[in-house]
Each structure stands twice: as C-alpha cells, then as structure tokens.
Design a protein around this ligand. Structure first.
Ligand SMILES: [Zn+2]
Length: 722
C-alpha cells in the first residue's frame, strides 16, 4: 500500500492539489463525467494535476513496431504493454531526427532541430537561452533528476539545464565498451534513479520530475542474461525485452516508495532502427518509418484514459507541451508543438499538423545531400535529390515511390516543408576535446566532429544511392571501435578505391592505423583528410600524436601549432605542445602553455593534472599541490590526482598523508598500478615490511605498464640484497 503524500500549500494563485481533488473540483468533474457518460461516452475532460510527479522514460533506438502493444508478436514487453493498456497509447509518433541528441533535444524543448540548433550528435549543443521541460518544472518547485546511459547525452551537450541532478556517469566495469566508458547498462542507470527516488520519498512536499534514458537497444545488440539466450536469434528484441524489465523495476521502486500513485509516467523513444530496411542497418542516414517511428504512452490512472489508442499522427515535439499541460505548468515557447491533451481526452484537436524529420548526417559525414521528410496523416514526402512520395495508408513499408504520379500531392507537401523550415536554421556547434572524441568513437561515432566540406560544385549525392557504401563504412567503424583494426583496414581501402574522395573513410582509416600503433601509416591518411577538410584542427592534432609516438618532436610541435592556429581553444593541442616542451626539458615553457590551457578550460581536471605533474617535476611543489587539490575539489574520486598528490607528499616527507592519499586511490581503484607502486615506495621509506608485498603485486600485475613492473622488480631485488 502506498501512503498519500503531503504537499506544501502552493503559492497564491495556484490551486492546491488536495483541495482540488478533495473539494468541489473533484465533485464537479465526477458530475461532468457522469453527464457525459450518459450523453456520449467520450470525450473526458482532463483537469491538470498541479504538482503531479513525472517520470519520463526514453528508450533509445526502439522501433514502435517492436513492442507488443504495437502489435509485435515476438515481443516480450509485457510491462510496457501493461502501461499502454492502463494508459493512452499513440499509434503513430514521429521523431524529428533519427539521431539521439537532436531528438532528445526536441523531446525536452518542444522545438524542431532547426529551432533548437542541435543538428547532430557530438559537436552540437543546446544553447543556454533555450527553456526545457526541466527548467520549466524546476521553476514550478519540482525536484529534477536525469539519469542517462550514453555519453551522447553527456552534460556538455546542454541537456542538463534545469536538472538538480544530472547523472551521466558511465561506469567502467558495467559498460559494454569497457575502457572508454561511453555507455552504461540500463539496469545500472536505473539503480542510480532508484537511489534518487528513495531521496524523493523523504521529501514528500516537493514533486519530482525524473528522466530515465535507456540506451541498451542501440547497437551493438548484446543483451545480458537471460535475454541473450531467449533472443539468441534477435538480440535487438532481447535488448528491448531487457529495457522492459528495467522499466518494471523502476515502477516497483516508485510503488515501494509510495510515489507511484502520484506519478505520471511518459514512455517514448528517440528514434527507431532500420534493421536492414531500405539497405540501412541501424539509423541516422535515412528518414524512413523504421528509423523515425517511436512509441509514446501516457500512464496515470485516474487522469489519463485507460486503453485509449490515438490514431492521429503526432510528433515527439508534442511530448513536453503535453506533460506541462497535464501538470498545469506554463507552456514552453515552442511554436510548432502542441499539447496532446485534447487527443488524450478523446477530442479532436483539429487536423494533425504534418510531421517534419531531418537528417543532416549524410551531409556532415559524407558530403551527401541531407534528407528532410514531411508527412501528413497519409502521404509522406522525402526531400532528396531524387524526391520520394509514399502513400503510407496503402504502402507503410515505403516501397513504391509515387512522386512522379502524384506531383500535386508532393508539391503541396513540399510547400509546407519549405514554409516550415524557413522559420529557422539554427546550428549550435562547439569544438570537441580528445576525451569527447574518444568516447564518441567508442560508441561508433568516430568522426562525429567531421566538418562540412565547403562549397563543392554541382548537386550532392543522394544517400539512397550510396547506402551500401555507408554500410561498409559503418562496419569498418564498428571494427575500429572494437579494436579489430585489421578487419577494418581492408574494408576502408576498398571503400576508398570506389570513392577516393571519401573524407570519412580516410579519417577512419587513419584512426585504424593509429589504433593499431602504425603511426607511420596513419599520418598520410590524416594528410589526405586535410586535403579534403583543410579546416580540421583534429587532423593536425592526430598527426601530432603520431609524430610524438615516432619520436619526431619538432614536427609534432609544428602540427600542434597548426591545430591551435585553426582553433585557439583546442586544449588538447596545448597539452600536447606542453608535453613536447617538457620532454625537451623546457619545464617553464611547458608550465606556461599548460596554464593557458587551464585558463581556456578551467573545469577540466585532466589539464590541471598535467600541469600539476610538470609543476612537481620542475620543483614547484606548493603550486603542484594546489593544482592537485583543485582537481580533487572538482572530482573527489580522481585516482590520478590522489596518486600524484601521494607522490608529492612523499617528496615533502609527509609519509603519513602520502599513505592516506595513496590508500584512498587504491580503495577507489585496486588496479591502479602507479598508485600501488607509489605506496610501496612510501612504505619502503617508512621501513615498513608491507612494502615488499606491494612491490610484488605491481611486479606480478600483467596489466601494469612494463616500466613500472621492471622498477618494482628492481626494488624487490634491491631489498633482497644484503
Ligand atoms: Zn538514440
């Protein structure tokens, strides 16, 4: 049994939930319902419930037609289906882009990508001026928390605004891409949400808004046990069954905390997955239905009608306005979006506005034509070099292009599309750092920061003519991500034989060589990429990294300078430059460069760590200590900072403090070999016998760097000497 929650009296002018429901309002609604029941079973007016808790769940890469409630017989989604049965399900829901970050930006803002400016993953961000569902609800006194499962939605991309807690930690040991920590298994993300829910239960006066993002259905499809065995033939469906179980666990937690009875649950997705349709394996390149049709369910017994299915097509941009409407909060400035409450009520909201979708990824990645689609309740136009028109009522698989036959229908849609798209063309682009690039690469978005090739004469290629080539690139990309470099390289060479000016292929090929340690082979690929994309500061930076690995420090320095000339805020290029200077013994020059880097990027612990290290090596111990302490203020659990600080304190003869810092580092990460080695040295200096065991653990640690193991062995040998 759940206990009712007390709410604080709302500010003047706002209706109290309890009064509203216990008092005349409830009676009036009951009577109105009764009257309508006699005259006409529907519609049922919905009164907004102020202070209703809200749980928004976004299922990444989940095709609507792979859930049981959308008619998929092979599904094991009984919990999601249960929500749909007890709530209202929207049959046709269109994502504004088949891409995670743009689509989530639309879910949270009610804006189309050309309005909010987030046009792709990776180097786009949501501008701070834009209001979101979270900023609106927080302003209404909500406690707000977001729990996301992919680096694609990292706080750096701006969706964290309005959230008290934005949990974007990608936990190493649980991620599928272990080393790069770019995603988090959904059950781990849900555990973080569970803890937050428990906190909310202690704070019954404040309503909450929680957003849970589950990334599991995104490829690679590797569902955990038992879904791996149950869906051995269809691991994608296995991932969806897994997220079904996760959602059930969150609902259980809410029930257990006594909160479920006051929670509006909204379940949706960011885009679908083509699964081979039209030649596309995953998503992002096309705007066909498989990639842009997502589920949408509203559930709140007593408020949202049970078992209703809305057939009118709706759009993801409508989700935020509907939630705000249901909780009685002011609407967002979202001119294209509309509240779906009239449809929930069973009223007609007038003709459905056409749904717009876009993908600029073909242009950004391949210099092919971007695609836009515009659809009413029956016809869909795809604006491509060779345009397409489909009669979705009779041809839901979009197999017969009617563009030539039904020109007037197509032209009417095109006019609408042009008119709509003319209302904005926002692009919010930022520079990516190394960490971001690596994490995106780990998710298969290598080259996500690839720039547009300028100009170019003539018309752009139609993506549908080249999807097979893109699919080969995607395969090579996945191979690079999984460090199967020797598998990737021949595919990339073959692609480049077919399409020698393919910048993306060149970039991945360079990365593949770099990944397998063939710096000399990588450099010409990045040079070739620079011929195609001369403004790429990254290509210069990657060449610089290769040159450092080859010991060609002067040349590396020139490349780092070239990167900085193109992008003066490119922190990684500064760090690399400082590293070269430091290895040349120019510590003071290196320190100046790193101080510039810290000034450019003050919140970035990695840069401060480098600065602290060089300061310590140059004998500036107090300054080094201050930098380590700043890092630990930013990231209290930073193992490298604790390790460096421990060494520094040992150097200052504060062995007790050094030991404390190093033991803390090892407590956080028992595999941190450098911390263990430093600890062994501290113990040795304190003449403590435990030193031997610590040295031995480093010496025997096969994952420790070879030089560290050798040093540990040499200490052990010294210790045995009489
Ligand atoms: Zn996604």
């Amino acid at each position: 049994m759940s206990r009712p929650r007390k709410r604080k009296a709302p500010p003047p002018g706002r209706e109290s939930t309890s009064r509203f429901w216990a008092g005349a309002g409830l009676v009036a609604i009951a009577l109105a319902g009764a009257t309508l029941l006699v005259l006409r079973p529907r519609p049922t007016p919905l009164a907004p419930r102020h202070g209703l808790d809200v749980l928004l769940v976004t299922l990444d890469t989940t095709r609507a037609d792979h859930l049981g409630c959308y008619g998929y017989a092979a599904a094991r989604t009984r919990h999601l289906d249960g929500l749909a049965a007890e709530g209202t399900r929207f049959e046709t829901v269109i994502a504004p882009a088949p891409i995670t970050l743009p689509s989530h930006s639309s879910i949270l803002t009610g804006l189309y990508p050309f309005e909010h400016g987030v046009r792709n993953n990776g180097n786009f961000y949501l501008a701070p001026r834009i209001e979101t569902l979270a900023t609106r609800l927080k302003a209404r006194g909500y406690r707000t928390g977001a729990f996301v499962s992919s680096f694609i939605l990292d706080r750096r991309y701006g969706l964290d605004r309005g959230f008290d807690a934005y949990d974007d930690r990608m936990e190493g040991e649980y991620t599928q891409v272990v080393t790069l920590q770019a995603e988090r298994r959904g059950d781990r993300t849900a555990l973080a949400l569970d803890r937050w829910i428990d906190e909310r239960a202690k704070e019954p006066d404040a309503p909450f808004f929680a957003w849970l993002h589950l990334y599991d259905p995104h490829e690679p499809y590797r569902p955990p046990h038992p879904f791996r065995d149950l869906f051995a033939k269809d691991p994608y469906d296995g991932e969806i069954a897994f997220v079904d179980a996760i959602v059930a666990s969150v609902l259980d937690r809410l029930r257990g905390a006594g909160l479920l009875d006051r929670t509006l649950v909204v379940l949706t997705g960011d885009h679908g997955e083509s699964l081979g349709e039209h030649g596309e394996t995953t998503h992002s390149m096309f705007v066909y239905e498989g990639a842009i049709r997502v589920p949408l369910v509203f559930w709140r017994p007593g408020l949202v009608p049970a078992g209703r299915v809305v057939r009118d097509p709706v759009r993801l941009v409508d989700v935020a306005p509907t939630i705000l409407d249901l909780v009685g909060a002011p609407a967002l400035a979202a001119p294209q979006a509309r509240s779906l409450v009239p449809l929930l009520e069973g009223r007609s909201a007038g003709p459905s506005p056409p749904a717009y979708s876009e993908t600029l990824l073909p242009k950004f990645y391949m210099n092919w034509a971007p695609l836009r689609s515009f659809r009413d309740s029956r016809y869909k136009l795809i604006d491509a070099p060779r345009p397409e028109l489909y009669d979705l009522a009779n041809d839901p698989g979009e197999t017969t292009n009617l563009y030539a036959e039904r020109r007037s229908t197509a032209e009417a849609l095109r006019e609408g599309l042009v008119r709509l798209a003319a209302s904005g063309n926002a692009m919010s682009v930022q520079t990516l750092d190394r960490e971001a690039m690596e994490k995106l690469a780990a998710l298969g978005y290598i080259g996500a920061g690839a720039e547009l090739r300028e100009g170019g004469s003539g018309s752009l290629a139609d993506p549908k003519d080249f999807i097979a080539l893109f699919d080969r690139l995607r395969q090579a990309n996945s191979a690079v991500r999984d460090r199967r470099f020797d598998e990737a390289i021949p595919i990339l060479k073959a692609v480049l034989a077919d399409d020698p000016k393919n910048a993306f292929a060149t970039l991945i090929l360079g990365s593949a060589y770099m990944g397998k340690g063939s710096s000399r082979e990588a450099i010409p690929q990045f040079r070739r990429y620079l011929e195609l994309v001369p403004t790429s500061s990254y290509a210069h930076q990657w060449i610089a990294i290769c040159l450092v690995r080859l010991g060609e420090r002067e040349a590396a320095l020139r490349e780092a300078e070239a990167a900085l000339a193109l992008d003066p805020r490119f922190t990684d290029a500064r760090v690399l430059k400082a590293g070269v200077l430091a290895t040349r013994g120019e510590d003071e020059a290196a320190i100046r460069v790193l101080q510039e880097a810290v000034a450019t990027d003050p919140a970035k612990p990695m840069v401060r760590l480098d600065l602290a290290k060089v300061l310590a090596e140059a004998g500036h111990r107090e300054e080094a200590r201050a930098e380590y302490e700043t890092v630990l203020r930013l990231e209290p659990d930073s193992v490298p900072a604790l390790t460096g600080l421990g060494a520094l304190l040992a150097g200052q003869d504060d062995l007790a403090a050094a030991e404390t810092a190093l033991r803390r580092a090892l407590g956080l990460d028992p595999t941190a070999a450098q911390a263990r080695f430093n600890l062994a040295r501290v113990l040795e200096r304190a003449r403590r016998p435990e030193a031997v065991a610590e040295y031995r653990r480093v010496a025997e640690d096969e994952k420790a760097p070879p030089d560290l193991r050798a040093a540990a062995r040499s200490h052990l040998a010294d210790g045995r000497r009489p």
